[in-house]
Ligand binder design. Sequence first.
Ligand code: CNA
Length: 364
Amino acid sequence: MDKETEEDRRDNNSDEEKRNVSPESSEVEDSEMERLRRYLIQKLRLVDLSTSNQSDQSQQRVLRELSLDGIVEYIKEKPDCKIITMAGAGISTSAGIPDFRSPSSGLYHKLDKYNLPYPQAIFELDFFTKNPEPFFTLARELLPEGFRPTMSHYFIRLLWEKGLLLRHYTQNIDTLERVAGLPPEKLVEAHGTFHTGRCLKCRAPYMLSWMKEKILEGMIPKCEECNEGVVKPDIVFFGEMLPERFQELADRDFVQADLLIIMGSSLVVQPFASLVDRVRTTCPRLLINNEKVGMQDRLSRFLGLRQGLVFDTKSTQGGRDIAWLGDCDTGCQLLADKLGWGDELRTLVQKEHDNLDVKNRNDN
Ligand code: CNA
């Protein structure tokens, strides 16, 4: 009891002390924090200190209105607007391809049957080398067989046809951007693609059609050159380097962009997710997704790392980030409608889907 009273007293004292904190001592604490932050950044070589305060600059007003209408007005006023689109699995879910992380429908919730030690193992090189079977069983469900690109894919193609697309960066491996007619030079498949594959032993190259035949027959594709290695589609597994094209073009493109549109991604896989920080601080960023993602966490804020998206519409200093929450296809159609391209997009989708249906019928 006595002890409690003593502790209470100590607590009260410390409360008293807190209340008596002078502005000077709080400034000292702040500067010590700042010194610690800079020390950690420098020691860990986390980020260039000259750019670690960019978030302050990003508060300039670049959009007249922080809304989809603000973005529409911005595009209309910039006839040569250079747009980068970034996409994830969410732009393909309406084509029937599940994403990873959506609750209940995402792949990570459906992997029990593969008996994995943990869900990500299916995309890890070490695990694949020892046991490729789970991956190829899953690949059978993911293979671009008869899937049709979505409204979102065709919206990106329309941006290209209008001369506004600087580049499309995708995490998807389903090749639907190619099927939608986006030219390869406008496309960066950051996590690789099923389009091509390689023998893990002798590196002999293979095409999708060859791999698909084996995978759909329930076989593990084995190299016909060395007769030993497993042929792995050129998709990037956890722990593998991203394609050189990603590094090269990201360095060149993002500093030039006038607008960034991010669609259907949880923005948790690095380094893709932090691309959002590589545009200029005056470049508006529009997120079209079921949920808000990509915001800065407290640790990164403290370390001056990854600024992330800032959806604080109450900020008096302006802002440049918009979250349009809902289905990607609906968001893209709405954006196209507001830009005056609505009918063009609907017609493009209809025409391309009809062509694909005919092609699929002829192939079968
Ligand atoms: P993810 O982590 O599964 O996140 C998907 C995000 O999209 C989530 O925030 C969802 O809420 C959102 N979403 C899902 N459907 C819709 C929709 N119709 N409209 C709006 N938002 C939607 O997927 P990420 O792409 O962010 O993760 C990166 C991984 C997933 C990459 O390595 C990919 O290779 C991998 N992946 C790709 C495919 C594909 O190629 N289609 C499929 C599954 C996984």
